[in-house]
Write a protein that binds this ligand. Structure first.
Ligand code: ADP
Ligand code: MG
Length: 238
């Protein structure tokens, strides 16, 4: 579904991504994990079309989205991204925010679609609230509902839980596991927390210093870790 091949990105003298190749099958939840600064967000931004590679290509369902120095515009990529800080419009109600990308639908269909999404994310009661009037966890659900609204083929999330407290992070992990499977999307999820990733990923992609160190199921990876960083996570328990 997603095919990343030989991707390299340099910023000045620094090679932030070095010859990264990765294939994700349709419907898979893939988590990119690695220490801070290893290039995870840079990789996700390239997939989203917010940045261009120096070398390599990105393709989705056989269509090239990025090649050296070139990138198809983000809104033409059939994907949506959820950011760490949610990026909700402060003056819009939850219902307006979630329905924002649905202007092609008539009022009635849009309302039906938005209410179904609010229900799925368990935020129906908040439809008329502003982002400032709801909690961080609820804001995160709004951001995810908005990203799902246009039914993208690919859902990208960059550290979506890092602004939440520990208790809420643990709850959201469980919720993600159910949610990602129920929507049937291909998901590319970035986190610096491998235990968070392991709690719902089909496949873990371990990055270090701009390169992919290991790819595998959480079980396979923790059973025979190829990186010291993963090996130190002894007694893995999600
Ligand atoms: P991660 O998300 O894994 O924490 P990033 O992809 O954000 O890492 O960053 C990887 C490296 O690339 C960091 O050293 C960062 O400073 C550098 N970097 C990222 N974006 C830019 C940019 N636009 N210009 C210069 N350096 C950048
Ligand atoms: Mg990052």
């Amino acid at each position: 579904m997603l095919e990343i091949s030989g991707l390299t990105r340099r910023f000045g003298p620094q090679t932030v991504l070095n010859d990264v190749s990765l294939t994700i099958a349709p419907g898979q939840v893939a988590c990119i994990v690695g220490p801070s600064g290893c290039g995870k967000s840079t990789l996700l931004r390239l997939v989203a079309g917010l940045d261009r590679p120096d070398l390599g290509t990105i393709a989705v369902n056989g269509t090239t989205l990025s090649s050296p120095g070139w990138a198809l515009e983000p809104h033409k990529r059939q994907l949506n991204m959820v950011f760490q800080d949610y990026a909700l419009w402060p003056h819009m109600s939850v219902e307006k925010i979630v329905g924002y990308g649905l202007d092609r639908l008539d009022t009635e269909s849009r309302k039906t679609r938005v209410l179904a999404l609010l229900d799925q994310l368990r935020i129906s009661a908040l439809a008329d609230r502003l982002p400032s009037q709801i909690s961080g966890g609820q804001q995160q659900r709004v951001a995810i509902a908005r990203a799902l609204a246009t039914d993208p083929a690919l859902l990208l999330l960059d550290e979506p839980l890092s602004n939440l407290d520990v208790q809420l992070r643990l709850e959201m992990r469980k919720e993600f596991s159910t949610l990602f499977r129920s929507v049937g999307k291909t998901v590319l999820y970035v986190t610096h927390d491998p235990l968070e990733a392991a709690s719902f990923a089909d496949v873990l992609v371990v990055m270090n210093k701009g390169e992919i160190e290991q790819v595998g199921t959480p079980e396979a990876l923790f059973a025979s870790p190829r990186s010291a960083w993963i090996a130190t996570l002894a007694g893995y328990d999600t």
